[in-house]
Design a protein around this ligand. Structure first.
Ligand SMILES: Nc1ncnc2c1ncn2[C@@H]1O[C@H](COP(=O)(O)OP(=O)(O)OP(=O)(O)O)[C@@H](O)[C@H]1O
Length: 258
């Protein structure tokens, strides 16, 4: 079951005189999708790190399902939140099946115990993500897109209530990008995701959070936030917008400012 997320007055910086994100507040209703967009260096990944319990905030709170994640044991958080990161993991000496099965670790009594439930969930995810044919190949031998799919499958077998994804479509071809968006739309989970592609963001989001220089510069449904004015303010580009013929959602093409 999905959980809601509340972020209040969140600030983080590497040392007291340098803040990278400042006074970030927003709510993500249970089961909804919030897409974070912003220029390179705007602070998107830094914001996510405080939400999935990597960077302890210097001020503010992150509540997931009403609980402050910085007051919870790490193991409990790992049953609540799954993370798919932008950096492809270094070349593990593991097979694809082993990498996907790692998502079950928060449910194991010991690192090496494995239940038949773990096996069944892992097998299903390998099939759902079209990874069954690669299951026994080394993870390191996969293409960038195949690795990304394996890391998504690992997040899903974790059976989280909230999934946090940093640029999950980065290495994917257009069909696999659309499949990831479609999968995220169908998940019965709360989704928090950064995307650089504003057309994908508009297609997926219930809510868009636009960041600029470590702060929120727009927050709300895509029709209200992904406007040429906001895009110009956040990215310094000119955006021409029309509506998608089937969904009515915003659709863009871009140019450098004259
Ligand atoms: N631990 C750190 N120490 C110092 N600076 C940091 C640290 N972490 C992040 N930064 C800086 O904070 C800024 C925001 O980085 P962040 O990775 O959050 O941006 P982003 O919006 O995710 O960018 P991109 O779209 O390029 O992935 C960058 O200038 C980065 O160098």
């Amino acid at each position: 079951m999905a959980v809601d997320v509340t972020v209040r007055d969140l600030c983080w910086g590497p040392h007291p005189r340098r803040r990278i994100i400042e006074a970030i507040s927003f709510d993500v209703p249970a089961g909804s999708t919030t897409v974070i967009v912003g220029a390179n260096g705007a602070g998107k990944s830094t914001l996510l790190r405080s939400i999935y319990r990597q960077n302890r905030p210097v001020a503010g709170q992150v509540l997931v399902g009403g609980r402050d994640i910085w007051q919870m044991p790490a193991r409990d958080v790992s049953r609540l939140i799954a993370v798919v990161l932008q950096e492809i993991a270094p070349d593990f000496a593991f097979t694809v099946r082993e990498v996907v099965a790692m998502g079950r670790i928060p449910y194991r009594d010991s690192l090496f115990s494995r239940s038949t439930t773990d096996e069944a969930i892992t097998r299903q995810a390998l099939a759902d993500f079209e990874l069954a044919d690669f299951a026994h190949r080394p993870f390191s031998g996969l293409s960038g897109g195949e690795k990304q799919r394996a890391l998504l499958a690992r997040a899903i077998v974790q059976q989280p209530r909230l999934i946090v994804l940093d640029e999950p479509t980065n290495h994917l071809d257009i069909r696999h990008q659309l499949e990831v968006i479609d999968m995220l739309r169908r998940l019965d989970l709360t989704v928090l995701v950064t995307l650089h592609d504003l057309n994908l963001a508009a297609a997926l989001a219930d809510q868009v959070l636009v960041m600029r220089d470590g702060r929120i510069c727009a927050l709300g449904p895509p029709q209200a936030t992904l406007t040429p004015e906001t895009i110009r303010a956040a990215f310094d580009v000119q955006a021409d917008m029309d509506r998608h013929p089937r969904t009515g959602r915003p659709r863009f093409s871009f140019d450098l400012l004259p």
